[in-house]
Write a protein that binds this ligand. Structure first.
Ligand code: ATP
Ligand code: MG
Length: 418
């Protein structure tokens, strides 16, 4: 039997109600904040990600699904959303829209990862990008928005951690200090870290190998190297979070896995299992880097599979099943026509209604209605068509009564208490 590729997931019909509920909540939060949805291609030119995400990142070095198409172009399945969204922003001249341009997306992402808990090869991210403002106010606005998502979904034990990774100016000095710190031990770091030492030593701080993590413990912190502008920006972020009574921790070790970040970076971590559910930050250099005008921006992305995992822990008793309101069992051609019309009208009135489409016996139809947990079953044969009256059975109480075969009458029964 052919099985799904490693690291992918089927979202099954009995799970989808939960997904749609969560997606609806997040979408409302985004749209009420003035964000509009954007959808960009699943694949892009490879160069977009190598330039945007960064040559020395795990994503670009190890995790991309890259192939040549039949025209010989190097194509990559998007590993993250920001680069494509920013490409689209530039290509479609969104710089002329009201600023800031506030966008959100929900899109599948592809990364060739070591599959384990919380790490899939196809996963979905909900994200937002706020483009065109360098103000710390935008950083705080989206941090609050992230907070609201967890609150709205009744998910406790989420820790907000923040850091600033400065700008290219302060980073130059910091990288030198970091190299000095690492150099005496460089021999003992993993091969990937070694290759990053010259090009991008900050990446070494993001290494997932235990031995590298251990050696990094006393590394100098970028916060001690921030230039005045970056320092002020970070102070402003912290001060507004304090005034808004939003608890946070400063974690000097967050550097984030994508190179485009500047200044503020943040993560929302589930304290139950230590997994980062939502992560983001400011990326003032990216838009220019991939060919646009120098434009500041800030955003975050949230892994939906990880979000659903934590959501499940705290919302066990919630049900997302949509009940079948009415099933019409019918026998004979005339009854079928009447049932088809009624079903159609009920559906137009927002009632979840079904009838037989398998040409099965009445007995088999009742069995189906039972399996689908229909609240009401109406049974129609030639006689019922003639009299325009049929039996409607309340499947919860077992009570049966006559009903006129008029849509409004049926709606009244369905909408009555039981
Ligand atoms: P890490 O350092 O843990 O690999 P990252 O820097 O690669 O993280 P981002 O690219 O910022 O992570 O992704 C944002 C969010 O998307 C993560 O916090 C997580 O919730 C989700 N995510 C990232 N990679 C995966 C994956 N392979 N499977 C499932 N969810 C993921
Ligand atoms: Mg990663």
């Amino acid at each position: 039997m052919i099985q799904k590729p490693k690291g992918t997931k089927d979202i099954l019909p009995d799970e989808i109600g939960e997904w749609q509920y969560i997606e609806g909540k997040i979408k409302d939060i985004f749209e009420n904040s003035g964000m509009k949805e954007i959808r960009v291609p699943v694949f892009e030119a490879t160069e977009l990600f190598s330039r945007g995400v960064g040559e020395t990142t795990d994503v670009v070095q190890k995790e991309m699904y890259t192939f040549d198409d039949k025209g010989g172009r190097s194509i990559t399945l998007r590993p993250e959303g920001t680069a494509g969204v920013v490409r689209s922003y530039i290509e479609n001249g969104m710089g002329s829209l009201a600023t800031p341009v506030k966008l959100w997306y929900e899109m599948p992402m592809y990364r060739y990862e070591n599959v384990q808990k919380g790490r899939l090869r196809e996963f979905r991210q909900f994200g937002t990008e706020v483009i065109g403002t360098q103000s710390y106010l935008a950083d705080v606005e989206i941090i609050i928005l992230g907070m609201e998502i967890f609150k709205e979904l009744n998910i406790p034990n989420i820790k907000l951690t923040i850091n600033s990774i400065g700008c290219p100016n302060c980073r130059a000095k910091y990288q030198e200090a970091l190299r000095e710190f690492i150099r005496p031990n460089l021999e003992n770091y993993c091969d990937t870290c070694k290759t990053r030492f010259e090009k991008n030593p900050m990446r070494i701080l993001d290494c997932k190998e235990q031995k590298c993590k251990k050696m990094n413990e006393n590394a100098p912190a970028i916060l001690d190297y921030l230039c005045d502008e970056c320092k002020e920006h970070f102070e402003n972020v912290k001060s507004l979070l304090n005034q808004m009574d939003i608890p946070y921790e400063i974690d000097a070790r967050i550097v984030r896995g994508l190179d485009y970040y500047t200044k503020t970076v943040f993560e929302f971590i589930s304290e139950d299992d230590g997994l980062t559910v939502l992560a983001g930050g400011r990326y003032d250099g990216l838009i220019k880097e991939i060919g646009g005008q120098d434009t500041p921006a800030v955003g975050f992305a949230m892994g939906m599979e990880r979000l659903i995992e934590v959501f499940d822990r705290y919302n066990k008793e919630m049900s997302f099943e949509k009940n079948l309101d009415v099933y019409i069992a019918n026998i004979g051609d005339k009854a079928n026509i009447v049932a088809t019309k009624i079903i159609n009208d009920l559906r137009k009135n927002g009632i979840f209604a079904e009838k037989d489409i398998c040409e099965r016996s009445l007995k088999a139809q009742f069995k189906y209605a039972d399996k689908k947990k229909a609240r009401f079953v109406i049974t129609i044969g030639d006689n019922e068509v003639l009299q325009n009256i049929a039996k409607i059975k309340n499947m919860t109480t077992g009570e049966e009564r006559d009903i006129k075969l008029e849509v409004q009458d049926i709606i009244n029964v369905v909408n009555s208490k039981n």
